[in-house]
Design a protein around this ligand. Structure first.
Ligand code: CIZ
Length: 324
């Protein structure tokens, strides 16, 4: 098997050294997938060698659809906590595992049920939209979920004029700008990877690559989105780059998105901001994937009462077929 040449996951302190190199680990993972009937899903921000062993990859919407399609009794989710939790919501009867249960999403951790209930009291007429980057408990409080790929479409589909949107403030503003007839009540959370993208840095990168298109994530601040040629989810970036006649792209999102882009478009060139790394996505390493497959742990659990309500919000989103 040929392995990706960029990125690389160093062993963490709590990891026993694995026998053999990454190639040997990957080969063993492929065997265990078959032996234990495990479907592996990876988000686009995972280390390249983790993306390489996955059966399905994508943005939060694509990996949710992948989880809904899985036929195996076991799912191993290589991503952050809310993604694995969502796979469990969609598949209550399956065993869903995450290779490191400390791989949390800092943005999802910025919202909570109490705060959302207070907002609901203050805006009783408002519909509540929970971004996928939220806990199952927050999703359970919402009328519907949305992902980066369909946030505007989901909000547009609602009858309510007022919409409480949690927890990404930049995506909330992006939705507001696309839906001026609605009033979006925005929760003040952010993804540090995207909040840290700066106009100055992107302009500096473009001064070295004047023909490059600037493509940013919809979680970036408004001034970064204004500078960009396009704003998308990571799945939207994949589609755009595949179809674009352009050859060079400046990508403002997590660093390892470039691996996914490069894999599909080997002839194209990509540039990113050096510090754009999500350290909690990087808690998932190939060695931990192997360990999880050997032990079939850690298993993701969601309280059944919370799960029932959260599942309804996710399923409503999955019924909105269109993307932004
Ligand atoms: O993969 C993406 O675009 C992210 C980070 C979020 C989403 O909702 O898909």
């Amino acid at each position: 098997m040929s392995l990706p040449v960029i990125g690389g996951s160093p062993p963490e302190e709590d990891e026993a050294p694995a026998a053999g190199g990454l190639e040997a680990i990957s080969a063993r993972i492929q065997e265990l997938k078959r032996e234990h009937e495990i479907f592996v899903i990876a988000h686009n921000y995972q280390y390249p060698e983790v993306q390489a062993i996955a059966d399905a990859r994508g943005d939060a919407l694509e990996v949710s659809f992948a989880a809904a399609r899985a036929t195996q009794p076991n799912i191993l989710f290589c991503g952050v906590d809310f993604m694995a939790e969502t796979a469990k919501l969609i598949n209550p009867g399956k065993r869903v595992m995450i290779p490191d249960d400390r791989a949390f999403c800092p943005l999802a951790a910025m919202s909570d049920v109490e705060g959302l209930r207070l907002l609901k009291e203050r805006y009783p007429e408002a519909a509540v939209v929970a971004y996928m980057n939220s806990s199952a408990a927050v999703k359970a409080e919402a009328d519907i979920c949305c992902a980066a790929a369909n946030a505007v479409t989901v909000c547009r589909s609602l009858d309510a004029r007022e919409i409480i949107f949690a927890p990404d403030q930049n995506l909330g503003q992006y939705i507001q700008r696309h839906l001026p007839d609605k009033e979006i009540v925005i929760w003040p959370g952010y993804c540090h990877v995207h909040q840290n993208q700066s106009v100055d840095e992107l302009v500096a990168i473009r001064s070295n690559h004047p023909d490059a298109e600037i493509i940013v994530h919809v979680e970036c601040p408004p001034d970064v989105i204004d500078l960009a040629d396009h704003a998308f989810s990571t799945g939207g970036m994949m589609r755009h780059v595949r179809e674009s006649p352009k050859r060079e792209f400046i990508i403002a999102t997590e660093r390892d998105m470039v691996y996914a882009l490069k894999r599909d478009n080997p002839e194209k060139l990509f540039y990113t901001a050096a510090r754009a790394v999500c350290p909690t996505h990087k808690r998932i390493t190939l060695r931990k994937v192997l360990r999880a497959m050997e032990t079939m742990e850690p298993e993701v659990q969601v309280d059944p009462v919370v799960a029932k309500r959260a599942r309804a919000s996710v399923e409503r989103m999955l019924q909105v077929k269109a993307r932004d």
